[in-house]
Design a protein around this ligand. Structure first.
Ligand code: FES
Length: 315
């Protein structure tokens, strides 16, 4: 008997059930509101601060910068999770192929070994997020921890010769890590965790030189926020006619750099401590993984003017 003939009502009923599951283009559907609920205050909130403090206190600054992906120019965590996800998916495919099942256990083991550094990078990123992002991040971490537990059980079962159980646990782990990946996608693309929040500056600033104000308006040694059109700019007068200017919204999460502290030719963001060199915007320390847009400055006729070299490339 054909599959659809076994369903009461046959093909029309099956087609109608399938249509009911299809996303409605006029409504948000069920998935997004369910995930958005995770962003709201939860009972675990009192844990967020102490957990963040523990991560910051445990990892030295250089290790934290490396795990954030400062060397890469964007977060390293999404890159690192490719190994466990790839090996576990491959293991599932081998489990389905007759005669190939022996290698699946090795792939599960490789995935488990790669999951640890990937999780450490994720935890390090998580500690520098906003609270709604941290809440979704906790759910993401809990789901992936469950996946690791399932794969550990799967590997144990395989090593003990219980292949059916090993395969079943592996499939359950794959589904679980898929849910964790979807939550990670929500964090990255819906909540913009890990995105470069200063990237739009080059497109928003017109090419060429722009007047900011009279030199005397900028006190020496005090970071000042100034608007260039709609773009907030941090202006810092080092002394005399030496003026530095960076995009004010921190590339990490949009914190106001003009509210930060300036020391040793660098500004430190007041939100999570990213440190940028004033001369060229270089991110000396994370969690920011990319340099901050830096303006060229000049003083003409007693007025400060700025120009964004990147803006010239945009047109
Ligand atoms: S907003 Fe996070 S370091 Fe600036």
């Amino acid at each position: 008997m054909a599959f659809f003939e076994r369903i009461p009502g046959g093909f029309p009923a099956a087609a109608s059930a399938a249509r009911a599951l299809r996303p409605d283009p006029a409504r948000p559907g069920r998935t997004l509101p369910a995930v958005e609920k995770l962003e709201g205050p939860r009972r675990a909130d009192p844990l967020l601060g102490p957990l963040r403090g523990a991560v910051r206190a445990t990892l030295p600054e250089g290790a934290r910068d490396a795990l954030h992906g400062r060397w890469l120019g964007h977060p390293a965590h999404p890159l690192m999770v490719q190994v466990p996800i790839g090996t576990w998916l491959s293991a599932a495919l081998l489990d389905l192929l007759p005669g190939r099942r022996g290698s699946a256990g090795a792939l599960v083991a490789v995935g488990l070994a790669a999951a640890l550094p990937a999780a450490l990078a994720g935890l390090n990123d998580w500690a520098e997020l906003r609270k709604p992002q941290m809440r979704v991040g906790l759910a993401h971490a809990a789901t992936n921890t469950a996946a690791v537990a399932l794969y550990t059980a799967s590997l144990t079962a395989r090593l003990r010769g219980r292949r059916m159980a090993g395969r079943g646990l592996g499939f359950a782990g794959l589904v679980t890590v898929g849910v964790g990946g979807a939550l990670g996608g929500h964090l990255a693309y819906r909540q913009a965790a890990g995105a470069q929040h200063a990237d739009g500056v080059a497109a928003a600033v017109e090419p060429g030189w722009h007047p900011l104000g009279r030199l005397a308006e900028f006190p020496v040694g005090v970071p000042v926020r100034h608007l260039l059109g709609d773009v907030p700019v941090l202006v810092y007068r080092e002394g005399g006619e030496t003026v530095r200017a960076l995009a004010d919204r921190c590339g990490h999460m949009g914190g106001p750099l003009s509210g930060g502290t300036v020391e040793g030719g660098c500004v430190r963001c007041p939100w999570h401590g990213s440190t940028f060199r004033l001369t060229d915007g270089w991110n000396v320390h994370g969690p920011a993984t990319a340099p901050q847009p830096a303006f060229e400055c000049r003083v003409t006729g007693g007025r400060v003017e700025v120009r964004l070299p990147a803006a010239e490339k945009e047109v």
